[in-house]
Design a protein around this ligand. Structure first.
Ligand code: GLU
Length: 425
């Protein structure tokens, strides 16, 4: 096991997808996954790269790179978000697409996995430029997307606004009204109640489930949350509502620490008025994002970027429990260090599966044309997350491994059936 993780030490620096494969290999060996199935899953089923010329506000054309990778469709149509960020590249999108396959399988959703992205800096673009770029991307992906084929959603740098443009453009192209072609839409045009907070809610449900197994009372527990965007802000709020004291929060503009507990409501009000950033927040002492990760707390929620928990800082982490709100926040080299320190890590493909779970509910509601109350959505979500957590926990015990590899095993057990039952190619 350690050799295979060690292999990833060599490769993951250049390749996030190699980091996924390193974990897949460890899980495959432990569970005795068939080589055929492993081969299939090591190779994403479709990779699309497009060039998107967009007229910028200054009258000049800028050409953007757009990607969509469908990793698998063995359990259903492919599902996964679209990310707008400067570091988007084919390797990263491939890794994120594979994680979506595993995430959907862990959450027991009838989906395969996909991911898309555009290499751009959305913060430096006008709304008009972003709309033209989003519509150009949709046109380029018209044969990939489909309500029963490939269903995108928001990810880093995108939100309901972009989803609304995509569904509009797609429906104009096809001449049909097909709201379920994309999820994470605004409520007025077929979005689901509860979708916005869902990823943070999933983090909360997983945290409570883990604390229960660890015999810890939420009212006596502190947490540090890295990231105050869609995932981190809702996670912090919901954890706080369950009695957990949030002692540190951060975003890309700064990190704040307060042993008496950060007033999350005040932080949310502050960001709402402050261009959605924490810059200048006075509800805590300013620390660095690096200090937040290693601060004295019981629960650490990395809910911002990938590769933030590394072999350098893992030895210094003081939390007893890590719940991964972001995709890929922990490098493969950090995994064995956390395991040796007996830190329980609820991995991304379980911890942040709440978002895609409510995306699935949105898709079901769109297909039925019948919409649920927020309470119905939340109740169904919480149950699905609790079942997924229990399955992974049981596999961790059965296979005597950490929760990350157990989550891969849980996913692979389902995907293996899909591949085998659908027959050979
Ligand atoms: N982008 C989110 C994720 O990484 C949500 C995907 C979806 O809802 O399809 O899980």
């Amino acid at each position: 096991m350690s050799t295979q993780i060690a292999n990833a030490v060599v490769t993951h620096e250049e390749s996030m997808f190699e980091a996924v494969l390193a974990r897949l290999d460890v899980a495959a060996k432990l569970m005795n996954l068939s080589d055929d199935v492993a081969h299939v899953l090591r190779n994403p089923s479709k990779q699309v790269k497009v060039s998107l010329p967009v007229m910028m506000d200054n009258g000049k054309i800028q050409v953007f790179e757009g990607y969509r990778v469908v990793h698998s469709t063995h359990l259903g149509p492919s599902k996964g978000g679209i990310r707008y960020a400067m570091d988007v590249n084919s390797d990263e999108v491939m890794a994120l697409a594979a994680w979506m396959s595993f995430k959907c399988a862990v959450a027991n959703l009838p989906y395969g996995g996909a991911k898309g992205g555009i290499k751009c800096d959305p913060r430096s673009m006008s709304v008009g430029e972003l709309e033209r770029l989003t519509r150009a991307y949709t046109k380029a992906m018209k044969d990939i997307f489909g309500v029963n084929k490939d269903i995108p959603a928001p990810d880093m740098g995108t939100s309901g606004r972009e989803m609304a443009w995509i569904v509009d453009e797609f429906n104009k192209i096809t001449g049909e009204d097909s709201p379920g072609v994309i999820t994470g839409k605004p409520i007025a045009i077929g979005g689901s109640l509860g979708r916005d907070a869902a990823t943070g809610r999933g983090v909360m449900v997983n945290t409570l489930a883990a604390l229960k197994k660890m015999g810890l009372n939420p009212n006596a527990v502190t947490a540090a949350v890295q990231g105050f965007g869609n995932v981190g802000s809702h996670a912090a709020r919901l954890l706080n509502e369950k009695g957990i004291k949030i002692i540190a929060i951060s975003d890309h503009t700064g990190a704040f620490y307060n042993t008496n507990g950060i007033d999350i409501k005040a932080a949310l009000e502050y960001t709402a008025k402050n261009n959605r950033t924490l810059k200048g927040f006075t509800g805590g002492t300013e620390i660095t994002n690096a200090e937040l990760l290693t601060c004295q707390c019981d629960v650490l929620v990395p809910a911002a970027l990938q590769n933030v928990i590394t072999e350098e800082n893992a030895p210094k982490i003081q939390a007893k429990l890590i719940v991964e709100g972001a995709n890929g926040p922990t490098t493969p080299e950090a995994d064995p260090i956390l395991n040796d320190k007996k830190i329980i890590c609820v991995p991304d493909i379980l911890a942040n599966a709440g978002g895609v779970t409510v995306s699935y509910f949105e898709w079901v509601q769109n297909k039925a044309g019948y919409y649920w109350t927020e309470e119905e959505v939340n109740t169904k979500h919480d149950l699905k997350m609790e079942i997924a957590f229990e399955a992974v926990w049981n596999n961790a015990n059965q296979f005597k491994t950490g929760m990350r590899i157990a989550a891969y095993i849980t996913a692979l057990q389902k995907i293996e059936q899909g591949v085998k039952l659908k027959g050979s190619y």
